[in-house]
Design a protein around this ligand. Sequence first.
Ligand code: PLP
Length: 284
Amino acid sequence: NTVYLNGSFMPIEEAKISPLDRGFLFGDGIYEVIPSYEGKTVGLEPHMQRMFDGMSAIGIQCNKSLEEWKALIQELISLNGGGNLGIYLQVSRGADVKRYHAYPKDVEPTVFAMVMAIKPAVEADASTAKGFSVATTQDMRWKRCQIKSTALLGNVMHFQEGYASGNDEILLYNEDNFLTEASSSNAFIVKDGVVLTPIQDNQILPGITRKLILDILEKDGSIPFEVRNISMEEVFNADEIWVTSSSKELAPVTVIDGKPVGNGKVGGVWEAAFKLYTQFKFDY
Ligand code: PLP
């Protein structure tokens, strides 16, 4: 695994950062994961835009241009042999001379990138797709979930709650009993043929897979969708539930809190939407 750290490519064993790095001490950084299948990325520019938005939201100045990021990513893909890779990028605020909360001046951000293996893109087929199982719990994270921060303890603790009880993911709901997202994915439901997903606000990450799916559905026009608040009652009575992310793409959920979703089988709307996603994702 060849990684990138602060201007150079090197074997992961040689990549070293200071214990004073604020990414380590405070989780003070922004990260991104971009899927790449056999050398072809999905959503590269929207992913980079989200990363720039995140850095600007927390006041990190990293002077790499979009073109420089693209070149770095291409180099990393080729140094790691192409294949199916999640490109992980992280920029932390850097290492100050002391541990002190205020943003330091004149500190260079730490820029790190590596690749992670992801599953190859598969053909959509409701009869063979694996159904995910999810738990549910109240969303206890912070109120700035739109920032893709490396401070992931809230997400990690929620994911672990689901994982410890044998689930693949955990759906989260806010104090008003509305669905937000999942611990590492965005969430969708289907009711009577209509696809529904929560509004993009500070309670959810602006998922790129979510964005691509909504754009593809809009352009195709054959599957109706609405972006609105979704109560947990609607979630429990949904015909289908999906969770989306760069690594799992569009995953159908067939079990929620140990009970079947709809008829307990992977749904037909999922199959149609996944076919569209598979067909058009490389256009982004
Ligand atoms: N929501 C959370 C909390 C996430 O961590 C992720 C991705 O890891 C997503 C949603 C999905 O985002 P994307 O589709 O950009 O991978």
